[in-house]
Design a protein around this ligand. Sequence first.
Ligand code: ADP
Ligand code: MG
Length: 388
Amino acid sequence: MIDRAEIASQYQQLFGGEPRFWVRAPGRVNLIGEHTDYNDGFVLPAAIEREMVLAVGPRDDRMTLLRSLDYPHAVEFDLAEEIERAPEDPWGNYARGVAWALKEAGYALNGFHGVGQGDVPIGSGLSSSAAIEVAVALAYQAVTGFEMDGVTAAKLCQRAENAFVGVNSGIMDQFISRNAEAGHALLIDCRSLDYRPIPLDTSDAKIVIADTAKRRGLVDSEYNARRAECETAVRILGEHLPGITALRDVSVEQFNGLAERLPEITRKRARHVITENDRVLRAVDLLASGDLQGFGELMNESHRSLRDDYEVSGKELDAMVELAWKQPGVLGSRMTGAGFGGCTVSLLRSDSVEDFCREVPKQYQAQTGLEPSLYVTEAAPGAEISSQ
Ligand code: ADP
Ligand code: MG
């Protein structure tokens, strides 16, 4: 839980007075569209009701002083100097990285001081990192007073994470954190970065995220292997489909006609990506027409495809999803994120949430010995600044 009174009191003690601005940026969950981003495809994330909150005030000098209630030490750096990574200060590097990326893009930044707190679980795959990046970028916007569109902001925050912090992530996390709308998922075209809010009618349904408590091992090497297999598929399919540059360009029909030309593993990997892109677009139509049942079916299909064709699930993720599938009121359930561990996402009828949150963790723990964490959420609003 975010304690705004505690944030304000820490702010008062450290810097005096009241914060001039409050900014918030949410974490996220991807509802469908997994391992499609680096294939120029489609994703459909929603922001969650867990966020990073910063209380900030402008400074007369060009210092940035930021304290997180979740970490013992504050980050402090001078915008007038070259901003460098501090290996001994991992969380501060997210703030430094954002300042670095904004400066690199030509923004003349004002200094600020602030106090922050987050309740996005850290390192669970719900993107606490994007939440802090997007919040810090908004803090600079608030105190400096410049306009920046949401696509540019997302790209600069991604650049901070990739080029400064050194984590190779796609655009989805920062994009949804910054551009989400309450009560909507966001269809993002990872090639053009066009996006469209899709109403997610949660009057009768809730999103439940289940962290399997299995940490994601092996992710880097397997991730690189999957990327390479997708490139191989594009090369072979390109001999028959001139002009394609990514699996995004291949329809399910085209793939079915050519699948035999691919070696088995490559064929399975390509089949996941191509059918997953198709599922995202169908899912959007179903959501738009309020067909949550149909949408849930596609989530289930997505899981089977990730498990059998892309082979990025694992016994903990499968156990959690299979337990969810057996619960009454569950519309759909799948692993979410890169895989091998991390979280599942389920969509369920509101009146089934209580039973689900009691039964699923109990049975999961009995089966795996791991203690999961559950988060119930609606589709939350994207990042914002408010003055106070
Ligand atoms: P996630 O899946 O949560 O995005 P990452 O490893 O990408 O996991 O990012 C987590 C890192 O983001 C933390 O180790 C920390 O450096 C930073 N971070 C996240 N939340 C906070 C917070 N509330 N305060 C300060 N830093 C945070
Ligand atoms: Mg992250």
